[in-house]
Design a protein around this ligand. Structure first.
Ligand code: NAD
Length: 488
């Protein structure tokens, strides 16, 4: 209840004024009207949000273009300092960010308090890279001294989804600013609160007006206009695979560079020689934390038939003990799903699973009707051709599929349009090497859940995306290589 009181305080300003766009350091109401943002906890309206249209995007793109040369030419030391200040500003308002995020998205506080701090870590990490981001090379040839440098690509668009929206926004915006780009951010329509907090924090930290602009609204108008805008040089996108295709089409006329971080149907493969207690913990964590609304979640469990019965029995017991409740209650592990539309999508798979012949071994039910709550769900006896094994459900829903041999496990793991992450549990080193070499995924963990190390590349293959973030890979996207040859 203390958390609810604190939240109430933080929401007062949103309730009074709504959320407006932020362009060149100024609020802008927008010409497209407003839309309500709704809390999935109790279906109440939190506040009205400006609905961005092509005119708002144009104003933001112009502001980002006008601010570009100034930000690009600000000394590396000064830009580094400002980005460190942003990190400190996030930490100072971490409680506000976490509580607002929980109320806006339904995510449990135990996970969102960490996500807010990870936002600060993203800024601090890329602030540290600012100085070397532009370093080039000298490549001497017989008649030329060849110099390469790296320059920021220009104003960029960042389009983000509603799952852990604050953290994901910082993961794109921090490297873009560190590279020297200016940004127009279009946050997800379902979760606009913390994007507003981020732009305020960045301005207070000393970011010049126009370096970070924020336009709210829907994908089909504000998002589309951002992709089509000629002043915007690149789009960093996180969201669904089919939206990734639209982003690519919409940017074709202006030859946009796109970075796409898309969906997944990630396998966790448990062999009978694994440490089964640790594997069980990881399987639970990677699908039932963050409401399962997580691109890297392991939503397909491939379990060896020799241990299947025992492993599934333990899994059912654990799943039935997961706490579903108010996201601000520290004991809560699963809060409500983001929206009515998503709730309808996730719950539709309960019937689809039964119809297709799988067993609902745990969950498969909704919880009350105050908000969009569902019980954590486990489907067993599934085969890889069922819809519950092929489609990204994006909720706390796990599909278990048995396998006999390593060859069969590999074939099942790769038999999916997606390829974001994979998790392999075995104590046989040679098998782990062989298996990971052939597993089609951008990121694989062996005997571990997903632990992010920011210098490593993040991204997917197949329908899970194009491009990588993390370390210098982020700068490869937000910057251009430039070659200059001097005759010698
Ligand atoms: P979504 O694709 O529906 O929306 C994402 C963003 O794109 C929103 O801001 C939306 O307004 C915008 N958008 C929609 N249509 C657009 C268009 N035509 N032009 C421009 N912008 C448009 O995704 P979502 O439902 O918000 O998020 C969930 C999805 O995101 C899942 O598929 C999940 O796997 C994926 N995701 C991927 C990663 C990753 O790193 N690979 C991380 C998080 C989420």
């Amino acid at each position: 209840s203390q958390n609810i009181e604190r939240l109430d305080g933080f929401l007062t300003r949103f309730r009074a004024k709504g959320i407006r766009h932020r362009i060149a350091g100024q609020d802008r109401g927008g010409s497209g009207g407003t839309f309500p943002t709704i809390s999935p906890v109790d279906k109440s309206v939190i506040c009205d949000v400006a609905r961005g249209d092509a005119a708002d995007i144009d104003a933001a793109a112009q502001a980002a273009a006008a601010a570009f040369a100034g930000w690009r030419d600000t000394s590396a030391g000064e830009r580094r300092e400002i980005l460190f200040n942003v990190a400190a500003g996030i930490e100072a308002r971490a409680e506000e960010i976490a509580l607002c995020e929980c109320w806006d998205t339904g995510q449990a506080l135990r996970f969102m308090s960490k996500a807010a701090l990870r936002g600060a870590e993203n800024f601090r990490y890329f602030a540290d890279q600012v100085v070397q981001a532009r370093d080039g090379q000298h490549l001497k040839s017989p008649t030329l001294m060849n110099v390469t440098t790296r320059v920021p690509i220009g104003p960029v668009g960042v389009i983000t989804p509603w799952n852990t929206p604050f953290m994901l926004s910082t993961w794109k915006i921090a490297p873009a600013l560190a590279a020297g780009c200016t940004v127009v951010h279009k946050p997800a329509e379902a979760s606009p609160l913390t994007a507003r907090l981020l732009v305020e924090i960045a301005e207070e930290a000393g970011l010049p007006p126009g370096a970070l602009n924020m336009v709210n609204g829907f994908g089909e108008d504000a998002g589309r206009a951002l992709c089509e805008h000629p002043l915007i040089r690149a789009i960093a996108f996180v969201g669904e695979s089919r939206t990734g295709s639209l982003i690519t089409k919409q940017g074709a006329d202006t030859l946009k560079r796109n970075h796409l971080e898309l969906g997944g149907k990630n396998p966790v493969i448990v062999f009978d020689d694994a440490d089964l207690d640790r594997a069980l913990d990881a399987v639970i964590f990677m699908i039932y934390s963050i409401n399962g609304e997580r691109c890297t979640s392991s939503s397909r469990l491939l379990v060896q038939d020799t241990i299947r019965e025992e492993f599934e029995a333990k899994l059912v017991e654990r799943v039935n003990n997961i706490n579903v409740g108010h996201p601000l209650d520290p004991a809560t592990e699963i809060g409500p799903l983001i929206s009515e539309e998503h709730f309808n999508k996730v719950t539709s798979y309960f019937d689809i699973a039964r119809r297709d012949g799988a067993t609902v071994a745990a969950g498969g039910e909704t919880v009350g009707d105050a908000g969009y709550f569902v019980r954590p769900t486990l489907f067993t006896g599934a085969s890889n051709d069922m819809r519950i094994a092929r489609e990204e459900i994006f909720g706390p829903v796990l599909t278990a599929i048995p396998f006999k041999t390593e060859e069969e496990a590999l074939a099942l793991a790769n038999d999916t349009p997606y390829g974001l992450t994979g998790y392999v549990w075995t104590n046989d080193l040679t098998r782990a090497l062989r298996f990971t070499d052939q597993l089609e995924a951008g990121m694989i963990w062996v005997n571990s859940e997903n632990v992010r190390h920011l210098p490593t590349p993040f991204g997917g293959v197949k329908s899970s995306g194009i491009g990588r973030d993390g370390g210098d890979w982020s700068f490869e996207f937000y910057m251009e290589q430039k070659h200059i040859g001097f005759a010698t």
